[in-house]
Design a protein around this ligand. Structure first.
Ligand SMILES: [Cu+2]
Length: 509
């Protein structure tokens, strides 16, 4: 820290933060103890008092570092400071507790057994039925009944043994992407080994000297396009500094599955179904964190051929690693959107200092939707025969062409992507995860394809959502956050009955 306040003096100041902030906003000079508070000037100064529910009760870390507050949107004073944008602001987790376990929304972790001092994993390459959206069961390839395959979580320095059994009806290969291993375990098809025939098992065993975000996948191209991948995290033997409180792993994938089909065209150059950890928005389970925590997110792009600019709302994050290795701190860069190319991984970290339900998504517009446009409008494109279209009009879905006034869109344009076939059962399943509790009733309407959310909740709201079985009304948590941190005068809840209306009209709003 670059100022002269002792840690104790700072803590005292911060404990009285609410009072101090009120005094400041009233124009009074803020002074706790003998030293003037340098925080009283500069961009990091709280603009409004924190609500009483924000209580800093962690004595081993600060609430504010050189103008950067872990509880309010702020930048800090100096871009060259260690604390600018929260760069090295630690989480609440004590370093002695080791790395935070990985959270993989909608994915399992692969269990292991210790056998003669080796971590032994059993992997099954197999056909998988994965429910991308409620009611949309797709036939894909994956591992251990899952797409993507389950997370393998290990430590730097481990010796691992992975027994891969091929339960597909065709030969496969198994490659662990990014590992510096003895070459006969590389799984690079015939270049390094014979394919694993159906029903056969192959053993991979080596010492892991690396750390970071990796993945395993089939090295048969068409099988990769069918989804065969799974994430691997290797925790560093010396925990990364600063410690994070949460560590999320998200795998992004694309498929081409036509309406009324369940099998992806692995030869396609076009992609119309998009999944995060095997689910499409709004069926993607939100990431939920506590206000003030330091959070890491690991992104893996295992799409066949499309890159994903991943954007998180409401926060600025530091990109701290790519696949390959953690970057030195001098190479970290602040971003709002991180482009993750095919077969790349990225990690970013941020201090969750802005409470709310924040969209977190790929920004490619075709990846922010699935195939679910209704056949609305003429949809005549280049090189399409108009005569043939006219002949077939009576067997096509009918279009209402009346334009009745202000706000009425011409039929078919724009295609608002609100034609998701929603039903009561669909919505019930979307709302099933506890992570969804208390979000705005209409929130699922805005989450499609490669979209999920990052929920930043004050301790008491986090407790209600994640640790109790309290029945929480839709919108209640969000409204509470607006009341505490936002401007309730400019906020309106989802209009009553709106969702029912959407369901009845299936998107013809
Ligand atoms: Cu994308």
């Amino acid at each position: 820290m670059s100022n002269e306040i002792s840690p104790q003096g700072r803590r005292d100041f911060l404990k009285k933060g609410t009072l101090a902030a009120v005094a400041f906003s009233a124009g009074a000079s803020v002074s706790q103890g003998q030293e003037p508070a340098p925080e009283a000037t500069g961009p990091g100064v709280p603009k409004k008092p924190l609500p009483p529910t924000v209580e800093h009760k962690h004595s081993h870390v600060e609430a504010e570092y050189d103008g950067f507050s872990r509880y309010q949107p702020s930048r800090g004073h100096d871009p060259d400071s260690d604390y600018y944008l929260g760069k090295l602001v630690p989480g609440f987790r004590k370093p002695a507790d080791g790395p935070a376990p990985i959270t993989t929304p909608d994915l399992e972790k692969l269990p292991f057994k210790m056998v003669d001092g080796v971590k032994e994993f059993h992997v099954s390459a197999e056909e998988v039925s994965r429910e991308f959206l409620p009611g949309y069961h797709m036939n894909v390839y994956g591992y251990n009944g899952s797409l993507p395959g389950p997370l393998i979580e290990i430590n730097q320095g481990d010796r691992i043994r992975i027994l891969v059994t091929n339960n597909l009806s065709e030969a496969t290969n198994f490659h662990m992407h990014g590992f510096e291993m003895p070459v006969q375990y590389d799984g690079a098809a015939e270049m390094t080994q014979n394919p694993i025939k159906p029903g056969k098992t192959f053993k991979y065993e080596f010492d892991v000297h690396e750390e970071g975000t990796f993945f395993y996948h089939s090295h048969v191209a068409m099988q990769e396009a069918m989804g065969m991948v799974g994430p691997i995290v290797v925790h560093p033997s010396k925990p990364f500094d600063p410690p994070v409180d949460r560590d999320f792993m998200l795998v992004f994938q694309n498929f081409f599955i036509l309406p009324n089909q369940t099998v992806s065209d692995s030869w396609s150059m076009d992609w119309n179904w998009h999944t995060i950890n095997g689910r499409s928005g709004p069926y993607t389970t939100p990431c939920v964190v506590k206000h003030g925590e330091r959070v890491r997110v690991r992104l893996i792009n295992f799409s066949p051929m499309q890159h994903h600019p991943i954007h998180m709302h409401g926060h600025t994050f530091w990109v701290t690693a790519h696949e390959g290795a953690r970057a030195p701190k001098t190479a970290w860069i602040p971003r709002n959107t991180e482009l993750v190319a095919v077969a790349q991984a990225s990690e970013f970290e941020f201090i969750a200092n802005n409470p709310g339900d924040w969209q977190f998504h790929c920004h490619m517009i075709h990846h922010m939707m699935n195939h679910m446009t209704r056949q609305n409008g003429p949809r005549i494109r280049e090189n399409v025969s108009v005569d043939r279209y006219m002949e077939n009009l009576d067997v096509r879905p009918t279009v209402t062409v009346s334009k009745t006034g202000h706000g009425t869109a011409p039929p078919g344009y724009p295609q608002k992507m609100q034609g998701m076939e929603m039903s009561m059962e669909f919505m019930k399943k979307v709302w099933q995860p506890r992570e969804m509790k208390g979000m705005r009733e209409a929130a699922p309407m805005s989450m499609k394809g490669l979209m999920t959310s990052m929920r930043v909740l004050p301790d008491d709201l986090f407790h209600r959502v994640m640790e109790t079985d309290e029945k929480i009304e839709k919108g209640a948590i969000f409204t509470e956050i607006v009341n505490r941190f936002g401007n309730p005068a400019d906020y309106k809840k989802t209009p009553p009955g709106m969702m029912e209306k959407m369901m009845m009209h299936e998107g013809h709003s």
